[in-house]
Design a binder for this molecule. Structure first.
Ligand code: GLN
Length: 454
């Protein structure tokens, strides 16, 4: 813990940790020492981790990367952080993220963006660590913590993992409790581990999974020991390669990476089969209707009365002006865009045309996956991202930024587990990752295949 706290102090330029909790870390580390001495060392005992700013942590600033939650210190601990602390984990601090987890570059954060510890070739240009869990990815990649908590609504664990050369898994929807995790799009949000390798992800996922009566969407299912399922044996398994993920204009380096991953799984004894997921092309538009719709509802609670920031109001201003000014000051541009899009697609005149249609598309996407799994496919291999990490400040349009999520949003829409594994580097030395998509509740089987790509 000391070594990591020192590393964090020396890595301020990465802007990964945005709230530091050395006192909590030292207390937890001492308690972990005592447990080890007493011969009672659970799986995460003494492991220093970072926590995405989206998790409510008792008495510790939890701002979801937003100005509107300035000064908010929850009275309670999220279920997942409680579980990890019970398993002996040590919290070093809170990690940078896009505001309310909306973004793919960490540039919508109220703290300013985190920075990718990797550089391209001889260039000094600062690169994005990805988003929204960019701080978590940068911190693990730069060895500021052994593991970190992320969340993934449309790719926010997997894309930053791929951009920084680490492993990240989004579990099956319902595997981990969402209680105490600030809501973005409740039907898509899942938390997950971001780690240096597959084995660490398995250990951490076991500790953070399980039913929680406080989250009605958490599944009442036994949690296997995911680490024990890493046998390395995938002989006879069938891996699907979906043709719709071979996008127009996909860089050659991504295609080469994919081919290399296919070869690795074949060498490990898997059968490779071409498959079709015909509704893939509708996933991104459906996601960018459903996610903002749910966000517009979830974010209605930030009104200047209950949490965080409240704007100063003028003489004669009433409560409506107070709401308006607070929300205009407290939310950044991307969040305001999502609230407006979400409100529009849910409005009486457009509900059927947009929101209901997107929900139907979502069902079709889910059925695509169900039919290939019913047809004997055990897992699906795709690229994790359409490119390597890009430069910060590139000023992409919103739509260009949304294209980062093209390979990842399908998994959230279908509620499936998906893992990003670092499997290579491009010619400029930047890490690249592949994604494996699994059957519901088969995170152990999925991580076992993922390990064959390491
Ligand atoms: N980049 C996506 C978005 O902006 C995904 C975010 C996420 O998974 N939290 O919505």
């Amino acid at each position: 813990t000391d070594a990591h706290l020192t590393a964090i102090e020396g890595a301020g330029a990465l802007n990964a940790f945005v709230h530091h909790t050395p006192d909590i870390a030292c207390d937890q580390a001492k308690a972990a020492d005592a447990r080890i001495k007493a011969g009672d060392a659970p799986a995460m005992c003494g492991i220093p981790i970072g926590v995405k700013d989206l998790f409510c942590t008792k008495g510790v600033a939890s701002q979801a990367g937003s100005r509107i939650l300035e000064g908010f210190k929850p009275e309670y601990e999220s279920t997942i952080t409680s579980q990890l602390f019970d398993a002996g984990a040590v919290m070093l601090g809170k990690l940078n993220m896009d505001e309310f987890a909306m973004g793919s570059s960490n540039e919508t954060s109220t703290y300013g963006n985190a920075v990718n510890p990797w550089k391209a070739g001889n260039s000094d240009a600062a690169l994005t660590p990805g988003g929204s869990s960019g701080g978590s990815a940068a911190a693990v990649a730069a060895r500021l913590c052994l593991a970190a908590l992320g969340t993934d609504t449309g790719g926010s664990i997997r894309q930053p993992a791929a951009f920084t050369g680490i492993t990240g898994i989004k579990p099956t929807y319902g595997r981990c409790s969402r209680w105490g995790v600030v809501a973005f799009a409740s039907s898509l949000d899942q938390a997950g581990p971001m780690t240096r390798n597959v084995r660490d992800a398995a250990i951490m996922l076991t500790a953070m999974s399980g039913h929680d009566p406080k989250d009605s969407t958490s599944a009442d299912l036994a949690v296997p020991d995911f680490e024990a399922m890493l046998t390395g044996d995938i002989k006879g398994q069938t891996i699907g390669i979906p043709k719709e993920y071979r996008m127009d204009g996909m860089p050659e380096e991504i295609e080469a990476l994919w081919q290399n991953g296919i070869a690795m799984l074949r060498d490990a004894g898997a059968d490779i089969r071409d498959i079709s997921l015909p509704h893939t092309k509708y996933a991104l538009p459906a996601y960018y209707v459903i996610a903002p719709a749910e966000a517009s509802s979830n974010l209605a609670r930030y009104d200047g009365v209950r949490f965080g920031h409240r704007a100063d109001i003028g003489q004669g201003d009433g409560i409506t002006e107070m709401y308006e000014k607070t929300r205009a000051e407290g939310f950044g541009d991307e969040v305001q865009r999502r609230v407006m899009v979400g409100t529009y697609v849910l409005s009486a005149g457009f509900y059927d045309a947009y929101y209901n249609r997107a929900r139907k598309v979502r069902t079709l996407i889910k059925k695509d996956f169900e039919s290939v799994f019913a047809d004997g496919i055990d897992a699906i291999l795709t690229p994790a991202t359409p490119s390597a990490a890009f430069e910060l400040g590139a000023n992409f349009s919103p739509i260009e930024m949304y294209l980062n999520d093209v390979f990842t949003v399908t998994v959230n829409l279908a509620g499936l587990p998906g893992v990003a594994v670092p499997t290579g580097q491009n010619a400029r030395g930047l890490p690249l990752g592949l994604q494996l998509i699994g059957k519901p509740w088969q995170e152990g089987e999925l991580l076992n295949v993922a390990q064959c790509l390491e």
